[in-house]
Ligand binder design. Structure first.
Ligand code: SF4
Ligand code: SF4
Length: 261
């Protein structure tokens, strides 16, 4: 029986999520035995227009060419998974969405702006095409990527864990950096999934997994201000990685057709 097929596509991004996959090492080899990898340029496999069962897509849409290409990826994919903060919410590059004049920043960064071919805004993939499942994180947790791909192929909706990071942190037995060291930890409003990686090293979570369900941002904002952060700096911590975050649609398993959005 033919193996299910997989493609890994890159849009505007730092490649960190693809590296998270490559860093799986032996687990990636095990995955390659179950799936036929048709396109994964960073791993040296190139066939960008191959039709596949699952497309893992890293990065946001920032050029007109990106917009055309993501529609092609969608049309060639049975299931499309947005992989990481850039693809799922626009990422750090969506900070430009906060500018009143979206073109002003270009002149501040580049001496010759005529060579810059960029849309005014950076948006998540779901602004352009239907996304079957969203994976958060900067970078993603590779175990979540493999689990989501496997569950989609089995015809079940992947588990969308929106609980707060604090729960994962407590279950791991970490000492709370917010309570014991006064670090401005975003765990109380951030979704779980990373294994409380930053708190495990005594660092404050900076919210790369996006907003958790039923989060109380006002209470955390007051707590951060109580730690001495100026109100605008406390507010900025909510926008650092996900400045363009929109409320996520309820999880829908599309049924896996090949239609473009
Ligand atoms: S989500 Fe983070 S790690 Fe992944 S590509 Fe974007 S910036 Fe890099
Ligand atoms: S360290 Fe952060 S994530 Fe962990 S319990 Fe404290 S506030 Fe929550």
């Amino acid at each position: 029986m033919a193996k299910p097929t997989l493609a890994v596509h890159k849009f505007s991004s730092c490649d960190g999520c693809q590296l998270a996959l490559l860093n799986m090492g032996p687990d990636l080899l095990a995955l390659a035995e179950q799936l036929e990898i048709k396109h994964f340029a960073e791993a040296g496999i190139v066939n960008e227009s191959a039709p596949v069962d699952i497309a893992l897509v890293e990065g946001s849409v920032v050029t007109a060419a990106d917009e055309t290409r993501i529609r092609e990826v969608r049309a060639n994919s049975r299931y499309l998974i947005s992989m990481g903060a850039c693809a799922t919410s626009g990422g750090i590059q969506a900070l430009k969405n906060l500018a009143e004049d979206p073109s002003a920043w270009v002149g501040q960064l580049y001496p010759q702006t005529e060579f810059i071919d960029s849309l005014d805004r950076s948006h998540a993939l779901k602004a352009y095409v239907r996304v079957d499942f969203e994976l958060w994180g900067c970078p993603v947790n590779s175990r979540q990527v493999v689990a989501a791909a496997g569950q989609l192929l089995q015809g079940v909706s992947p588990v969308d864990n929106r609980e707060k990071l604090c729960l994962e942190c407590k279950r791991a037995g970490q000492v709370c950096t917010l309570v014991t060291r006064g670090e401005p930890c975003m765990g109380p409003v951030t979704r779980a999934g990373c294994g409380a990686l930053c708190p495990a090293f005594g660092r404050a979570c900076y919210g790369c997994y996006g907003e958790a369900e039923l989060s109380n941002g006002d209470a955390l904002q007051r707590r951060l201000e109580g730690l001495g952060l100026a109100p605008e700096r406390a507010a900025a911590r909510f926008r650092l990685i996900h400045p363009d975050q929109q409320q996520q649609d309820p999880l829908q398993l599309s049924g896996g057709d090949h239609d473009p959005a």
